[in-house]
Ligand binder design. Structure first.
Ligand SMILES: [Zn+2]
Length: 488
């Protein structure tokens, strides 16, 4: 392995200050506004034309189809193209964005990728992570993502020493989402052991992993409590708390209960990486005589607020346990392909009763249209049959079900009462030109790219207009500076 330069202490870094972030506008309570969508995808109705969408403050008030332009209220913003509810990125590790491209050079496995990821993790400090995450969340906003589930385990300073505020890194992520204008569920992750050996022994945390650990789950819960969530799990406007068990590799069964109990205490989502690699299953079977899904079931970790991320290598019994527990399953197909994980049994899971969601995970790309269509395309490759998931069901995964899995059941639909999140996709780009209105959703889900997003509103406030981020400004410059600061 090539020796690497030691990490430069954060105070010596020329921290990126690409653009002084503008303060997000807070919608005045009850402030009325209106949009007039050329086409909009509405729950139960499909794609409708000339849709007048009205809001007061951060929520929709009325949604009316077939409203001619001559009778639209003055001041309504015309939205040419197809307007969707806000997209939910149900699984993200913001800092992995720094590795885009870097880990594509040469060959390698999931495990060699993980070593590179640990090198970046070792360098981040609250200020540099704030800059990087702000830029990454701004990239997400440009892609139509209005809410992110950040699976956060980089808790402590070098060597595992807690910061003065032990939640300083988590608070940097919440601030980053605020600066980028999107909602966040901070999935605070319990991460206690460094993995299981092939013969099933738990390994202590070592090296960069020391920054992830709280010692035991009881200490994790004390730190998670100190985030200060209210009884509804809210951490502030647009931010809520969630819990995560990193995986059966990182949390022994006797340490899972405090995390599950904490999630119940505030009705929070509980997310877990599950069976991403066959090696994880083998080690889990050697250690506990059960599959990872069986371990989670036996520990009471499966339920309707639980999301299993990846769920790639499952037995028939695993699928039944997840389905009967009404879990969400989050597919991250571009990451799963990039890391050579395999193709998860999406069709079987959906048939068993799971709701599917999608995530950008390692940020190999940030494009939820691609993640969504790859759920269907992967299923086609695996089954040699077409038409397993409709565009509607894939769009649901990327919107309403994704938001609900992150604790925002009142987001992800264009309907009166819901949070006023909108994403408009242009239908005059090289990818989308020629779209017929009746097939607009199919065109967008199966052919559009993140670059086709022209307009984004989050909770009634404009965040992206004409493809430009209103708060961060030059997003590529912000990304470039933030990545350079942690890779050198
Ligand atoms: Zn992940």
């Amino acid at each position: 392995m090539t020796p690497r330069k030691p990490a430069v202490p954060a105070e010596q870094e020329a921290l990126p200050e690409p653009v002084a972030p503008r303060e997000p506008a807070v919608p005045a309570a009850g402030r009325a506004r209106a949009w007039h969508a050329e086409l909009a995808w509405l729950p139960g109705l499909g794609v409708r034309g000339d849709v007048l969408i009205e809001a007061a403050g951060d929520r929709f008030t009325t949604v009316t189809s077939d409203v001619g332009r001559d009778i639209v209220p003055a001041g309504a913003l015309r939205l040419p193209g197809l307007t969707l509810p806000g997209l939910a990125n149900a699984h993200s590790h913001a800092f992995h964005r720094a590795l885009r491209g870097v880990t594509q050079a040469g060959r390698g496995t999931f495990w060699t990728w993980r070593e590179r990821m640990y090198e970046v993790a070792a360098r981040l400090e609250p200020d540099s992570y704030l800059a990087l995450a702000t830029a990454v969340y701004a990239e997400m906003a440009l892609a139509g993502i209005t809410g992110v589930g950040e699976f956060h385990y980089l808790h402590h300073g070098q060597g595992g020493t807690a910061y003065g505020d032990p939640n300083e890194m988590g608070r940097a992520l919440i601030e980053a989402a605020r600066r980028a204008g999107i909602k966040i569920t901070l999935l605070d992750t319990c991460y206690l052991s460094g993995g299981l050996t092939a013969d099933g022994k738990a390994q202590p945390l070592a090296g960069p992993q020391l920054r992830f650990g709280d010692g035991d789950a009881a200490a994790w819960a004390i730190r998670a409590d100190a985030l200060g969530a209210d009884e509804h799990g809210l951490l502030g406007p647009g931010a809520r708390a969630g819990a995560a068990i990193h995986s059966v590799r990182a949390v022994p069964p006797d340490q899972m209960h405090p995390v599950v109990a904490w999630s119940h205490s505030i009705g929070a989502p509980l997310h877990v990486h599950l069976s991403e690699q066959q090696a994880e299953n083998n080690a889990c079977l050697a250690a506990y005589g059960r599959t990872p899904a069986e371990v989670l079931f036996d520990c009471g970790a499966l339920g309707p607020r639980t999301s299993l991320v990846h769920a790639t290598h499952l037995t028939g019994r695993d699928v039944r346990l997840l389905g009967e527990s009404r879990c969400y399953v989050c597919f991250c197909p571009t990451t799963e392909a990039d890391l050579a994980d395999g193709i998860g049994p999406a069709g079987s899971l959906a048939s068993a009763g799971c709701l599917l969601t999608v995530g950008s995970d390692s940020q190999a790309v940030v494009d939820l249209f691609e993640e969504a269509r790859r759920v269907e395309l992967g299923e086609r490759l695996a089954t040699q049959e077409r038409g397993n998931f409709t565009a509607q069901s894939l769009a649901r995964a990327a919107t309403i079900d994704g938001h609900a899995s992150l604790g925002w059941p009142d987001a992800g639909e264009i309907v009166a009462g819901a949070l006023a999140d909108l994403v408009t996709v242009a239908l005059d780009t090289p990818r989308t030109a020629g779209t017929q209105a009746a097939a607009a959703l199919e065109s967008v889900i199966f052919a559009a790219a993140a670059a086709d997003v022209r307009y984004v509103a989050v909770s009634g406030t404009d965040v992206v207009v004409d493809g430009q981020h209103l708060l961060v400004g030059d997003v590529p410059a912000a990304l470039s500076a933030a990545v350079r600061a942690v890779l050198r």
